[in-house]
Design a protein around this ligand. Structure first.
Ligand code: ATP
Ligand code: MG
Length: 450
């Protein structure tokens, strides 16, 4: 069952139920109020008869004038003595067929003759303190019945109208409400069919906030997927391009070796040298690519608490001895505790220091500055620097500021994109300050509460 019909059915049934309750209440309330009115009328008449009995001297109970003064059409009045005999009676013949019942107290009830409602009242009367008899009065509720007929008619018409209105109203409303859902389903089917991602278009109507949120979330997801797909495509393109260059070099040197390598020692040495170098470059490239792919897949972090100063000092020592470079570590505290993924932070610093080593000749400064908002790590070198307009692209995959220049340094252009991934995973912020010929500082701020 569609959401629309469900909603319509539910609303209509609910409405019918409420209307039914309401109509029943109105019907009985009107009956009660009007009968009460009629009863008051009848009892005041009986009261008047009693009054005239009391005041007139020697008034006899069977005097026809006693009742005829108060009698109206559609009514019956009579005087019943204590022994149940009727001494005086006037009015509607049909009403007179009621058996007389002597009551000691005032009593009233509604009866029915041929489906018509009748109100019946008895009022006792006394003489010198002893109970003598009672006055009985009955009245047909014809006016009330005709009013009730009108009321029932009116209630039926309005109720049916309300239900019809509700059916159309709810149907229209839910159509509007579920419209975007239908559109989303349509778009999903279209995506499934064509294999091309697309967003749900809203036709500018005012939709409910929740549905707008749903559509927006869907569109955001599609946008992200689209971006990821685009990224992947460009990654594959870039990667194959990057892999092709060293492979072409290797294969052409191998060709050269095959042709002249046996006789010419110089050619042989050059080829072996080049092949070895390019193979190493390939190895590095593939290693970086795998690292990046891994970083992209695993979103989780292995968080632990460690002393970041110690990690940086150890790393600087190893890199300093390996590359025969001076790396100075400055820290605002003897130890700086940090909550993060230790291995990933180490890898990040390795990438930054590696760049500093590659792109400068002087000593390198690494600073650790804990502050209120977090921990700031800075790697500064005094080397070739990066032109300002290139800074925004440094963190892109395979990006190298000057490709020709860096073929000699052997970078693949993946280091900083891995670094960026690690920074993002730790919700950190990165800033680059660089001037060509003067140097570069890369500053990263890690939030304290990860
Ligand atoms: P690798 O993947 O081996 O690290 P890479 O160093 O070329 O290769 P990235 O570390 O991503 O790649 O750096 C991207 C580019 O940014 C570099 O090629 C270089 O041009 C520039 N760059 C990065 N760090 C520095 C720096 N400290 N000084 C000058 N240029 C830099
Ligand atoms: Mg690098």
């Amino acid at each position: 069952m569609t959401l629309r019909s469900r909603f319509t059915l539910f609303t209509v049934f609910w409405l019918i139920f409420i209307l039914l309750l309401y109509n029943i209440f109105v019907y009985f309330f009107v009956i009660r109020v009007t009968t009460q009115g009629e009863l008051t009328l009848l009892s005041s008449k009986a009261e008047l008869v009693l009054e005239s009995l009391r005041h007139a001297e020697n008034q006899r109970y069977d005097d026809p004038k006693l009742l005829s003064d108060f009698y109206n059409a559609n009514e019956m009045m009579r005087i019943v003595m204590a022994d149940n005999t009727i001494v005086n009676e006037i009015g509607d013949t049909e009403l007179r067929t009621f058996e007389p019942i002597f009551h000691k107290g005032i009593s009233s009830e509604t009866r029915e003759i041929n489906g018509q409602r009748i109100i019946y009242l008895t009022v006792p009367f006394y003489e010198n303190g002893t109970l003598v008899g009672s006055i009985e009065a009955a009245r047909r509720l014809t006016v009330l019945d005709s009013y009730l007929n009108i009321l029932v008619g009116a209630l039926t018409v309005t109720s049916v109208g309300a239900v019809v209105f509700a059916i159309f109203g709810t149907y229209w409303f839910t159509s509007r409400l579920t419209g975007p859902i239908g559109q989303m389903v349509q778009t999903m089917k279209e995506i499934d069919r064509s294999g091309k991602l697309q967003m749900v278009k809203l036709n500018g109507r005012e939709e409910s906030v929740e549905l707008l949120q749903l559509v927006r979330a869907f569109n955001q997801m599609i946008e992200r997927l689209d971006r990821t797909l685009e990224h992947q495509k460009s990654f594959v393109a870039d990667a194959s391009h990057e892999l092709k260059t060293p492979l072409t070099i290797i294969s052409s040197y191998a060709d050269m070796l095959k042709r002249w390598g046996r006789d010419n020692a110089e050619v042989r040495d050059e080829a072996i040298e080049a092949i070895a170098k390019e193979t190493e470059r390939l190895q590095n490239l593939i290693h970086s690519m795998l690292t990046l792919a891994q970083a992209e897949q695993t979103e989780w972090l292995d968080i632990s608490r460690f002393d970041v100063v110690k990690v940086i000092r150890e790393l600087s020592e190893v890199l300093g001895t390996t590359f025969q470079r001076e790396i100075k570590v400055y820290s605002d505290g003897y130890t700086v505790p940090m909550r993060a993924d230790k291995d990933k932070i180490r890898q990040l610093l390795l990438i930054l220091i590696d760049n500093a080593i590659k792109y400068s000749k002087q000593a390198i400064d690494v600073r650790i500055k804990p502050n209120k908002s977090g921990i700031k790590l800075e790697v500064t070198d005094y080397g070739i620097g990066v032109p300002e307009n290139e800074i925004p692209y440094m963190f892109e995959r395979f990006y190298r500021v000057d490709t020709a220049r860096h073929r000699t340094t052997g970078g693949s252009g993946l280091g900083l994109s891995i670094a960026k991934k690690i920074i993002d995973m730790h919700e950190g912020k990165v800033e680059v300050y660089s001037k060509p010929g003067i140097g570069t500082t890369i500053s990263i701020l890690f939030p304290r509460n990860l």
